[in-house]
Design a protein. Structure first.
Length: 112
């Protein structure tokens, strides 16, 4: 029998979801599309409670060593870390696929 994982959002991931919604709803002026997009992202994230390692790990360090994976949802990429010891999935960030996530995450890590 497999264990279900607890899925948790980092504060930055929550900010990312809000920014995605705000951009689509306010800037592009399509609030219904914004709601649907955020719901699709959240559905995919909820599915990580089972077999979260099924998605490809990132191929850059130090995140690969730390167990970071990514899953694409439409034009967005969800970055998350799986902890098999505690059965938790931590959603780290959610980016538009065209952004340089590696550089952004590296920059944030260097600031800490």
């Amino acid at each position: 029998m497999s264990e279900n994982y607890s899925v948790q959002y980092s504060p930055k991931a929550m900010d990312d979801l809000l920014a995605i919604y705000t951009y689509i709803a306010a800037h592009l002026q399509v609030p219904e599309a914004a709601k649907k997009q955020v719901n699709r992202i959240r559905e995919t994230i909820r599915s990580l409670d089972t077999m979260p390692s099924r998605y490809v790990p990132v191929d850059w360090e130090p995140w690969r060593h730390l167990g970071m994976h990514k899953v694409t949802v439409d034009h967005y990429v969800v970055y998350y870390v799986v902890n098999s010891d505690t059965f938790t999935v931590q959603i780290i960030r959610i980016f538009y696929a065209g952004r340089d996530a590696e550089a952004i995450l590296q920059s944030e890590t260097n600031k800490e």
